[in-house]
Design a protein around this ligand. Structure first.
Ligand code: ZN
Length: 439
């Protein structure tokens, strides 16, 4: 492995590469070429994405004193009429019954994570729309203008949604609005995104597969050097390593597009390849490594045994690793959700350290030596799995992981059991219809 080669590639893909854009495709082609240059066969798989295009998002206080606030719209929420909706105002600190008693015909200001079931509750109580708080009081002005576009989870969202910077949210609350108007208009636009896949066929246990993955897309405003140029380049270095050290098992290297809009690339990959996934014994995902000031971390969506095995090898290698059993908001969750034991490696920052999802995510706080810490360990660890006579990764999930995966599906509006029950009922009631599908 070669830290300078890795560093050069990281520089080369450090540009804004948002899901479905030509810059994302440009990055895909750079990665494909690099994988081929390393000596592997690589392909690009296209998939469809559906993004919200927002044509209008405004928030005005009409009474007692007129004021217009800068906001952005939350994609895939319900459109208002052209002239918008007008109503009262309530700051909903949390979704507790006591707070919901008087929200009828009001536009509500909310904070934190809002699950689809909460949204439904608010709509049932008669709210007209909602405004989410984003940003940070203490960030610099240039970042305050970079409110990150987002989409609501789930389908058929019952209310229109806006996002406001926390500075303005405070002003809004203090102005005690009595009459507020919001306008929100969006429509879904289809686009194309891409996964890049390189394969190293195994020498003799080729029917068993280890999948390395990393997303290569970024959010708007961000060059995504840390998130996740570093992960993308990490698996490229592992590809180089395993070309030189041919493994017994087959290895897949998957650079996922559209992770930032809901793990879409990895989900599409798992759908497209679902018939082969029973051969996939482990997914090793990378999301953000290489910061100078940071600490090594792995989140395991697998069995406790596998977590302990990783910890054991880390101890043998004197590799200081924080571990967690659970789900991670990255592509490993798609593999785990599809039944493949998975984990995500990251080098996380201390408080006040490097940032992501704004224009500060560039090369400034990364360095080649810190970058190699994670890959050097994973190469050793993965080499053992790739060459073990018997698959050492049990195909099961710790109970706590399973519970988190179920919760996550629910959060994202994809309760598959419910979908299945619905389908079974439909099948019984009438002629069968295709199951509906959706992070
Ligand atoms: Zn990421």
């Amino acid at each position: 492995m070669d830290k300078n080669r890795a560093w050069d590639l990281l520089n080369e893909i450090s540009f804004v590469r948002v899901a479905g854009t030509k810059e994302e495709l440009k990055a895909a082609n750079i990665l494909k070429k690099a994988a081929e240059a390393a000596g592997a066969e690589a392909v690009i798989e296209d998939f469809e994405i559906e993004e919200a295009t927002i044509s209008e998002a405004t928030l005005e206080v009409l009474e007692p004193e007129y004021c217009r606030y800068p906001v952005i719209g939350i994609g895939k929420t319900k459109n208002t009429k052209k002239e918008g909706v007008v109503g009262g105002f309530k700051y909903l600190e949390n979704v507790k019954e006591a707070n919901l008693a008087d929200i009828k015909d009001k536009i509500v200001l909310m904070q934190g994570r809002v699950r689809p079931d909460m949204m439904k509750k608010i709509a049932e109580k008669g709210a007209l729309g909602y405004i989410m708080i984003g940003g940070d009081f203490y960030e610099e002005e240039s970042i305050k203008n970079e409110l990150r576009p987002s989409n609501a989870f789930g389908k058929d969202n019952p209310l229109p949604g806006l996002r406001i910077h926390i500075d303005n949210a405070e002003k809004l609350v203090r102005s005690n609005p009595t009459k507020v108007r919001m306008v929100f208009r969006n429509r879904n636009k289809k686009g194309t995104s891409h996964n890049v896949i390189a394969t190293i066929p195994g020498t003799d246990l080729k029917d068993e597969v280890i999948a390395f993955s990393a997303h290569y897309d970024s959010v708007p405003y961000s060059k995504g050097s840390w998130d996740n140029g570093t992960g993308s380049v990490s698996i490229m270095e592992l590809l180089h390593y395993f070309i030189q050290n041919r493994p017994r098992r087959t290895l897949k290297f998957i650079w996922c597009g559209s992770e930032e809009i809901g793990l879409v690339g990895s989900r599409k990959y798992c759908e497209k390849h679902k018939d082969e996934l029973d051969k996939y014994i482990f997914n090793i995902n990378f999301d953000m490594t290489g910061v100078t000031l940071g600490y090594e971390f792995v989140c395991c969506s697998c069995s406790e045994d596998t977590l302990h095995a990783i910890q054991y090898v880390a101890d043998l290698e004197n590799y200081a690793l924080s571990t967690e059993l659970g789900t991670y908001s990255s592509d490993s969750s798609s593999f785990a959700g599809a039944g493949v034991p998975a984990c995500t490696f990251a080098r996380l920052n201390p408080r006040g350290g490097a940032q992501i999802h704004n224009h500060h995510d560039n090369m400034d706080h990364l360095d080649p030596d810190s970058f190699m810490i994670t890959i050097n360990f994973v190469a050793k660890f993965a080499d053992q799995i790739a060459n073990a006579p018997v698959n050492p990764i049990p195909r099961r999930f710790a109970e706590s992981v399973q519970k988190k995966m179920d919760e996550m599906k629910k959060f994202m509006g994809r309760d598959e059991k419910k979908d299945k029950d619905k389908k079974d009922k439909k099948d019984k009631d009438a002629k069968p219809e295709k199951k509906e599908k959706d992070k």
